[in-house]
Design a protein around this ligand. Structure first.
Ligand code: BGC
Length: 509
């Protein structure tokens, strides 16, 4: 139950989801600012990220809770328009630069390593107005932004993520318009975006590699969030493998494979399918040899995000698969299904299958030559705001157990784990109705009080003992409940809970 020496534990957040202060100082307008100010109905409870957890002002609180948990690292993202108000490098915001300087220095003073994502779903509106991720010039605009960020923080920040979840940014956005920018264009949208994201990542990686790597020895990756795809029956194994190549291979092979470029089977399939649809070219834009070379090898580790799984089977006669990836793929003629054994969560697309994380890790390990893997997100969203979050504890425990198996039984090189999220935050289209936090946020309180949940105590104990061999989650919550009987004050309850947990832990040692 022990984690390997050096294995690191962290928790994550992202700028738009926590910072608030959408127009503080000279910050420019982002696509989420713009979309939610124009149409509050995009979000289920009509909230926005205008204030969120108010981390722009309460960053000391964030450092405090990260320290209270004993985190080795804290993953947060930088708001592009806070650093570059116009989106371009003609103007650099002093206040924006200072904000992240304070956060980085504050974390380091507490011995917490900052892990920075450069772009987490939010883009400058100026760049979206020019086509966003579908305009190939975005690769240079992103590289300009990355260059400014690296030049300010590379001396202290050693772990970087260029872009969060291109799978969502490209496939979910352009096929379903569920996330901002609300643009549906399933013909070319997902695939132009796919190529441009990879080009942007590669250019940023090369800027770091050429200018900072030798001096600071940092690591840069891109955060991929595959849904683990399990064959429904043994006969579906080849199809499931093709679907994995379509899902995660399209965002990883060009970077991590020895040959570079799209997964060959997917490249061929898209050429043929596009022809059938009357296109004189592939909808998946081909790489030139030069582009292939530019992207290939632009990694220092694999940033892996895992939440859920699906079963893969061929579409039956007369069955029309929807666009990738919610229930299948027209291109592959596959249907994605849920397994009735996987419990459904309050976040409707997330069904719990902890074994999926092990299988996904093993798949990456085999395909990309035992690359070192940092799990950069994993967590449970609940509609309930309760502090005794047994389900979240179980979720973390079960996934960590599978990660340990991947390391110990399958030889995977997993170097760390990140809970999503450090605290409840603005959960995109679900607003404040879906909570992922180890810490509860009181969104009615102007001070956005941060209160630890039972899962925070549990995670803290895992970190402290570097082991899953800590009091059983149900024991932790039972003890917390018992201690809290008769009290309605959260802060008191959790304090007592903490003390009880401390006692339990020391008794069990
Ligand atoms: C995203 C987070 C989001 C989380 C939970 C991830 O895909 O990176 O921003 O809050 O999922 O939905």
């Amino acid at each position: 139950m022990k984690f390997p020496p050096g294995f690191k534990f962290g928790a994550g957040t992202s700028a738009y989801q926590i910072e608030g202060a959408w127009n503080a100082s000279d910050k420019g307008i982002s696509i989420w600012d713009n979309a939610l100010h124009n149409d509050p109905n995009l979000v289920s409870d009509g909230t926005t990220g205008d204030v969120a957890c108010n981390s722009y002002h309460l960053w000391k609180e964030d450092i405090h809770i990260a320290h209270e948990l004993g985190l080795h690292f804290y993953r947060f993202s930088i708001s592009w328009t806070r650093i570059l108000p116009t989106g371009f490098p003609n103007k650099i915001s002093k206040d924006g630069i200072n904000y992240y300087n304070k956060l980085i220095d504050g974390l380091l003073r507490k011995g917490i390593e900052p892990v920075i994502t450069l772009q987490h779903f939010d883009l400058p509106l100026s760049i979206q107005n020019l086509g966003g991720w579908t305009n190939p010039l975005i690769a240079d605009w992103f590289a300009d932004y990355a260059g400014v960020v690296f030049s300010n923080y590379a001396d202290r920040v050693k772990t970087w993520i260029t872009i969060n979840e291109p799978h969502m940014v490209c496939d979910l956005v352009y096929n379903f318009a569920i996330l901002v920018p609300i643009v549906t264009e399933p013909w070319l949208g997902p695939f132009l975006c796919n190529k441009n994201v990879l080009m942007a990542h590669a250019k940023a990686w090369r800027i770091y590699d050429e200018n900072y790597k030798q001096k600071y020895h940092g690591k840069v990756s891109i955060a991929n969030n595959p849904i683990w795809l399990e064959a429904k029956t043994e006969d579906d194994e080849d199809l499931a493998e093709l679907a994995r190549e379509f899902g995660v291979g399209r965002f990883s092979d060009p970077i991590y494979s020895e040959e570079g470029g799209w997964p060959p089977a997917i490249e061929k399939l898209m050429i043929d399918y596009s022809k059938k649809q009357g296109f004189p070219y592939s909808r998946l834009p081909l790489f030139t040899e030069e582009e292939k070379k530019l992207i290939k090898g632009t990694y220092d580790y694999y940033s892996l995000i895992y939440y859920t799984s699906r079963l893969v089977r061929p579409a039956h006669e007369g069955e029309e698969p929807g666009p990738w990836f919610i229930n299948g793929s027209k291109e592959l003629n596959v249907i994605l299904e849920t397994d009735p054994r996987w419990p459904i969560t309050d976040s409707s697309y997330i069904l719990i299958n902890p074994e999926g994380i092990r299988r996904q890790i093993t798949w990456i390990t085999r395909r990309y030559k035992n690359v070192s893997i940092l799990i950069t997100e994993n967590g449970l969203g609940t509609k309930s705001a309760e502090l005794h979050d047994t389900a979240r504890i179980r979720f973390i425990q079960d996934h960590l157990q599978q990660i340990l198996l991947a390391i110990k039984e399958d030889g995977a090189n997993v170097v760390g784990y990140t809970v999503w999220s450090l605290m409840d935050n603005f959960e995109w289209i679900f607003g404040q109705t879906l909570r992922f936090g180890l810490y509860h946020i009181d969104f009615t309180d102007p001070l956005r009080k941060r209160t630890p949940r039972a899962s925070a105590h549990y995670y803290k104990s895992i970190i402290k003992h570097h082991s899953l061999d800590v009091p059983h989650p149900s024991q932790v919550t039972r003890e917390l409940r018992h201690s809290n009987a008769g009290s309605s004050k959260f802060s008191l309850c959790t304090l007592i809970g903490l003390i009880t947990l401390g006692k339990l832990v020391s008794n069990s040692l």
